[in-house]
Each structure stands twice: as structure tokens, then as C-alpha cells.
Ligand binder design. Structure first.
Ligand SMILES: [Zn+2]
Ligand SMILES: [Zn+2]
Length: 436
């Protein structure tokens, strides 16, 4: 299930529907296309909508606390909203995966077992543009991911896996109003909408929490920038959840950073056929494996496919993994990573911009996510090789240089095909991966 959010278009005020954490938005009404340059992740505040304020026992309130008294104070509590994928490598040579869509408290005083507790189809979220509505998180993004992993572990699973890997894909902060109420000698923190109590604390702690949530952190300002190429001013594609977009006119690649557009270097694989005009981005990651006694491309090919003799020249080639820089369903992601990493030919890789009249997919999956996925990629690669698979949970992977390479494909009705590599990717799988 996906959570969508609505917020007011910064240009015309019409409601824009998006998902939390998406930097790119286009207003249906005024056609404004923007990218949100934000220090840290995007922040949203849950504001009461008509149905919520009509809930019984929910008298009118202001989402921003103006009270100084602890009793009955309304405070904003930020939660990390994390969407991602969990892979479980099972001893019976299966790789299970599930989609994770969870919220986890971003403040130390709230136990990580709690979540926001509700996800209506559409939450009314207001983008915290000036950074003065959502309290700053005390728990950082990486810790939030670790806590989510810990929570999943304590909540479920009877079967033991060799190892689990949670790969976070989109992060944002969602803040919701809670009421602080006196209850005997202590104070309870209660969700205004659901009535769920997420913490009980003494007066001192309650006062600390109240003070903290009142501080304003304007360094988290978000600046909407027009979605245009910084080189030729052509409109950049509206590709949701993209982190780097390529200009369809001059083929410069732009990374969407906190501070604004940043030019990004990339390489391309030379197409062997004229009809290969659509490019997909991949991460080309130099790796060093500890333990496996695999140190060159030759070693890897021999380990993965021992029944063949490989090019002796590859003994001097750096070991690399090549994984998609776009989103796909997990099975296909692993399959493509396998096929590209164990490529049986040497494509011509050049440092040039994509040719005119070509088109390319944006980068959706970050290098960090790609790196996080590597251990799963190797588990999948060696799934039928006992020597390796048995020690897969101990595998340590060190990372060297990372490049972006665009590989050419031809478009057929339902798939993208690279004839030289004999690889096809269903078009709807790419759409699926990209659409939330
Ligand atoms: Zn608009
Ligand atoms: Zn351009």
C-alpha cells in the first residue's frame, strides 16, 4: 500500500498529490514543474482535515502549540517515514522479500516500537517549506533504518534466515499533533486522531519534550527550483523519486542535491546497433571481497560459472559489480545485477554524452542503496554453489570507485532489449519500480 500526500502548489495553491520524500513535483493546474532542494529530507506536517476534526471528542485545535502549560499542550512529534525493501536470505536457498512502509519516532523520548498508527489513503500533509513547523529529528536517518530493522525482527518471523538486509528507498519526516495530558503523577502523550498513547513520562521529561518541540530549526529550509536544465534551459523530465535527471536536449546529467543542481559525470556503453537508442543507468561499483578468494573479474566469472574457460586477460581486471540505478521489482533487480555483473563480453565504455535522438531513464536508485544491495546480489549469484552460499552471511564487501554507466537498449512493444548482451527488461517492470 502506498501513502500519498497532498500539499498546496507553491505557485498557485492548488492541491498537488505526491508521495512523501519525492523531490519532484508537477502541478496539474498551473503546470509548474519543480524540484525541492532541501537541507535534509523533506518534512511534512499532518494538518487536520475535515473528517479528522469531525471525529468525536476532537475539539478544535491549532496545529502549532501556543500554550506554555504542559497539561493539555499540543506538540508536534516527528516520525521518520521509511519506504524500502527487506530481503531475507533463507538457508533453503530462497530469497524472500517484502515491501516496508513504516514510520518510526524521530525523538529519543519516544520508544521505537511506536508508529504513527494510521495511514489513511490520503494524508493531508503540508510541506514544511521554511523548516519552522516540524521539530528536528534527534535520531538520524541511518539509525531510524536500523531501528526499523530491529522492530521488524522483534515483531515477526519464526523461521531463521542466513541474513536480512533492509534497503531504505525513500525517507521523509512526517510530524503529527499529539496532546500532552496529566494522568495521576505522570504525563501521557496521546495521538490526537487515534487516541493512541505513545509515551508516559514524568513532569521533567514532559517539560523537556515540550521545550524541544517548540524550538525552531530554520536551517532546514526547502527551496523549490524550476525543473530545467542548467546548461540549456530545456525542461527536465518529471520523473518521480528521481535523484539525478538527464537533459533530453543536451544530455547533461544533473544531480538534485540539497544545495541545488550539481553536474554529474557519467559514462556510456557504445551501442552496436543503430536502433539501440534508449539508455538505462547502472552503477558500476569497484569491489573487494574479503574471504571469498575472488579478486579479479576472471576469478568471479570462474567462481560463478566454473564450467567455462574465461578470458585470461580478465585476471588483471578489477572486480566490479554492475547494478541498476533505477527501480525494478526485487526479483528482476537481482536478475539484472547478475547478468550485468557477469557480463560475458567487453562493451566499449566511453566518457561521452549520449548521442542526439536518444532518450534515457533518470537515476532513481542511489549509489548507497546499490551498495546496500550488493550482499544480496552475491547471495543470489551463488545460490546454487554450496561453498560460497554457506559462508555468504560472513561475506564482507569493500567498495572502491563508483561510476554511472548508461547502457543502450532498443524498445519493442513490451520490453527494452540489448541484443549484444542478450538481455531484456519488461517495460512495465520499470514503470512498476518507479511508481511508488
Ligand atoms: Zn500550481
Ligand atoms: Zn540541457
Amino acid at each position: 500500500m502506498s501513502v500519498k500526500t497532498r500539499f498546496e502548489c507553491l505557485q498557485c495553491g492548488a492541491l498537488v498529490e505526491t508521495i512523501p520524500g519525492d523531490l519532484i513535483y508537477q502541478c496539474e493546474f498551473c503546470k509548474t514543474k519543480s524540484y525541492l532542494a532541501s537541507k535534509g529530507v523533506l518534512r511534512y506536517i499532518h494538518i487536520p482535515n475535515a473528517s479528522a476534526s469531525a471525529m468525536p471528542g476532537n475539539h478544535a485545535f491549532h496545529p502549532f502549540n501556543t500554550e506554555h502549560s504542559i497539561n493539555d499542550a499540543i506538540i508536534q512529534i516527528p516520525f521518520w517515514s521509511i519506504k524500502g525493501l527487506q530481503y531475507r536470505i533463507m538457508p533453503d536457498k530462497k530469497i524472500d522479500f517484502s515491501l516496508i512502509n513504516s514510520t518510526i519516532p524521530a525523538l529519543n523520548q519516544i520508544n521505537y516500537i511506536h508508529n504513527l498508527g494510521y495511514f489513511s489513503d490520503v494524508m493531508d500533509l503540508k510541506l514544511d517549506l521554511n523548516g519552522d513547523l516540524v521539530p528536528a529529528p534527534q535520531i538520524n536517518q541511518n539509525n531510524a533504518l536500523e531501528l526499523t530493522e530491529k522492530r521488524i525482527k522483534t515483531l515477526s518471523y519464526t523461521s531463521k534466515s542466513l541474513f536480512d538486509r533492509l534497503i531504505g528507498e525513500t525517507y521523509s519526516l512526517i510530524s503529527a499533533p499529539f496532546r500532552m495530558m496529566k494522568d495521576g503523577n505522570s504525563f501521557i502523550i496521546k495521538n490526537i486522531y487515534t487516541g493512541m498513547i505513545i509515551a508516559t513520562m514524568d513532569e521533567n521529561s514532559a517539560q523537556m519534550l515540550l521545550n524541544y518541540t517548540k524550538e525552531i530549526f530554520t536551517q532546514y529550509k526547502t527551496t523549490p527550483l524550476p525543473l530545467i536544465c542548467q546548461n540549456c534551459a530545456t525542461d527536465l523530465p518529471v520523473e518521480h523519486l528521481a535523484i539525478s535527471v538527464i537533459c533530453p536536449h543536451c544530455f547533461n546529467l544533473w544531480k538534485l542535491t540539497n544545495a541545488g543542481y550539481e553536474w554529474q559525470r557519467y559514462k556510456m556503453a557504445l551501442p552496436k546497433n543503430d536502433n539501440h537508442t534508449f539508455y538505462l543507468p547502472f552503477w558500476d561499483i569497484e569491489i573487494h571481497l574479503e574471504a571469498f578468494k575472488i579478486s579479479s573479474r576472471y576469478d568471479l566469472m570462474t567462481a560463478a560459472m566454473p564450467y567455462r574457460l574465461w578470458n585470461e586477460e580478465w585476471k588483471t581486471r578489477t572486480l566490479k559489480a554492475i547494478v541498476p540505478a533505477f527501480k525494478l521489482n526485487p526479483g528482476l533487480f537481482l536478475k539484472l545485477s547478475n547478468r550485468f555483473t557477469l557480463m560475458q563480453i567487453d562493451p566499449d565504455i566511453i566518457s561521452e554524452r549520449l548521442p542526439f535522438h536518444s532518450a534515457a531513464h533518470s537515476i532513481i536508485l542511489s549509489a548507497d542503496e546499490a551498495i546496500q544491495s550488493l550482499k544480496v546480489v552475491f547471495a543470489n549469484m551463488f545460490i546454487n554453489q554450496k561453498n560460497y552460499f554457506d559462508s555468504i552471511s560472513d561475506l564482507k564487501i569493500n567498495i572502491g570507485n563508483i561510476d554511472t554507466i548508461f547502457f543502450p537498449f532498443r524498445k519493442s512493444h513490451h520490453e527494452l532489449i540489448n541484443d549484444e548482451l542478450n538481455i531484456s527488461v519488461p517495460l512495465n517492470a520499470i514503470k512498476l519500480g518507479t511508481c511508488m
